[in-house]
Write a protein that binds this ligand. Structure first.
Ligand code: GDD
Ligand code: MG
Length: 356
């Protein structure tokens, strides 16, 4: 296969405030936008042409990737004025695809980090002569995903999007191979969901939807906790990416960053021009460009976004500090707390525990 469609039009609501200006797939993780890691993997698997289905803030994608030459791909963009849903977005790019009716088209959710074998998924699709072949993986809690049971022959028997009581832990991993003609048959010009309409419809019509089951590294980076985890795993080498600058290690310190006298661990990224002061300890965290962490602060599993500041002696665990926010000295931010962009917290203003 040489053609792929990547769905990147979502608003990334669960990642606010990080996604107020940057679409989710363009958030920097491990030294490159999440999407760049994904595109590099597609390229390594032999994909040459990619159509990005954009909607929310499309200019951020074009400004960064242009025609794709710098990453060795022929990149094309199609923008939905109003989001058309996952299947509507795929249908909307159909006239940019070049393969014939029976040729395979790879379709990927733009927020997934996966170490699975794309070539093996494509090979299964061809061998089975399937209409669609879904990568399926296993998760501990399937409620946030598409729950996808299969039979002994590897046929998908149902597609149950985000059900309260999942019938199996086997879920849709957000990477599909479509027979081209199946894409052309999606109704045009209206909102359509692959998960709620297209896949259930194909199953009801008796078409062959195959499951490619592989439990490799897999993470949907749709929440701050997952974004931080995925970034750290890339830095640590738990999942390989051809777009990772330098080798894997405990920390990735990008150009112009200053970290002397600080302790960095657990796959931490220190973004371009960011500063971590002496005595600070940063673990498993994502510090974006121009961020500053003060002396003796302890930052764990947190995001400190662009040009924001975390004051001396702060403790951050599972926290998000938005772009340009200023967190004064001695604050304690935990448990998913989000400081909005440009917010200013005075010194010692917020605590989680009662001990001072
Ligand atoms: N172009 C376009 N237009 N893209 C869209 C639209 C749209 O209207 N809606 C969503 N997307 C993109 C998002 O940008 C994202 O990359 C991808 O489609 C999936 O959307 P999410 O909002 O991240 O969905 P999810 O994570 O809740 O669920 C999906 O992914 C899971 C695996 O990560 C579903 O496909 C689940 O079944 C699946 O298990
Ligand atoms: Mg998602």
């Amino acid at each position: 296969v040489t053609e792929a469609v990547v769905l990147v039009g979502g608003m990334g609501t669960r990642l606010r405030p990080l996604t107020l200006t940057t679409p989710k797939p363009m958030l920097p993780v491990a030294g490159a936008p999440l999407l760049e890691h994904l595109l590099a993997r597609l390229r390594a698997a032999g994909v040459e042409r990619v159509v990005l289905a954009t909607s929310y803030r499309p200019e951020v994608f074009t400004e960064h990737f242009g025609t794709g030459t710098s990453i060795g791909l022929d990149l094309d963009y199609v923008t939905e004025v109003e989001p058309l849903g996952t299947a509507g977005a795929i249908r909307n790019v159909a006239d940019r695809l070049r393969g014939g009716p029976d040729e395979p088209v790879l379709v990927v959710n733009g927020d997934v980090l996966s170490g699975h074998d794309l070539a093996a998924q494509l090979a299964l699709h061809r061998d089975r002569e399937a209409d669609v072949t879904l990568h399926l993986t296993e998760v501990a809690d399937a409620r946030a995903y598409g729950c996808v049971p299969t039979d002994e022959a590897g046929r998908v028997t149902a597609f149950l999007e985000k059900m309260a009581e999942p019938v199996t832990n086997q879920v849709n991993a957000g990477c599909y191979v479509f027979r081209r003609s199946v894409i052309d048959a999606i109704p045009a010009g209206r909102v359509v969901s692959v998960e709620r309409e297209t896949f259930p419809g194909l199953l009801a019509a008796g078409r062959l939807v195959a499951g490619y089951v592989e439990v490799a590294y897999w993470l949907d980076l749709g929440t701050p906790a997952a974004l931080v985890r995925g970034s750290a795993d890339l830095v640590l080498g738990a999942v390989a990416s051809p777009a990772l600058p330098g080798g894997a290690g405990q920390a990735l310190v990008l150009r112009g960053a200053v970290t002397e006298g600080a302790t960095l661990s657990g796959g931490t990224v220190v973004g371009p021009g960011a500063t971590v002061s002496p005595g600070a300890r940063v673990s498993g965290s994502l510090l974006m460009a121009g961020a500053r962490v003060g002396p003796d602060a302890v930052v764990t599993d947190s995001v400190v976004a662009r040009d924001s500041r975390v004051g001396a002696g702060c403790v951050l665990v599972d926290a998000v500090v938005g772009d340009r926010a200023r967190v004064g000295a001695g604050n304690e931010l935990r448990a998913g707390l989000r400081v909005w962009c440009d917010a200013v917290l005075p010194d010692a203003a917020v605590r989680f525990s009662s001990d001072a």
